[in-house]
Ligand binder design. Structure first.
Ligand code: SF4
Ligand code: SF4
Length: 128
């Protein structure tokens, strides 16, 4: 049986980081068995330091690190603004969140604990 957490789909994954995240005892999610678009990763931009570990572990290319939008920057706390300025005015976005299969790798790979995996069902959002 193929382990779908292996970096076979995305060309941006770092195999060592994927392996480390896959072994994390607190890895949440459904081990890539979710239906697409039933889970989404939610980034707390006040914590994000834009170094891209999420990009390097997601098998499905959900994340991009990109310049933060004016609206997202304005929504940050004072400390969040300081942090984003310090890290080049960038943050993690999830432009392909509809590809998420809830492997949970991004949650445990994020050094800032800035990512929650959220189940979207019948209009409700549940953090896993
Ligand atoms: S791993 Fe976490 S802190 Fe790093 S870019 Fe992704 S969301 Fe931001
Ligand atoms: S939980 Fe979703 S967004 Fe996070 S690494 Fe897995 S597939 Fe990518």
């Amino acid at each position: 049986m193929t382990d779908q957490t292996e970096p076979t789909l995305s060309k941006r994954t770092n195999a060592a980081k994927v392996r480390k995240a896959a072994q994390h005892p607190k890895r949440p999610g459904l081990g890539c068995k979710a239906e697409p678009a039933t889970f989404v990763p939610v980034v707390d931009r006040n914590k994000c330091e834009a170094k891209g570990d999420c990009v390097e572990v997601c098998p499905y290319d959900v994340f991009d690190v990109a310049p933060i939008s004016d609206a997202d920057f304005r929504a940050l706390s004072f400390l969040g603004k300081m942090r984003v300025r310090f890290h080049g005015m960038k943050t993690a976005y999830t432009p392909k969140s509809d590809r998420c299969l809830a492997c949970g790798l991004c949650v445990v790979a994020c050094p800032e604990r800035a990512i929650n995996l959220v189940e979207v069902s019948a209009g409700n959002m549940t953090v896993r």
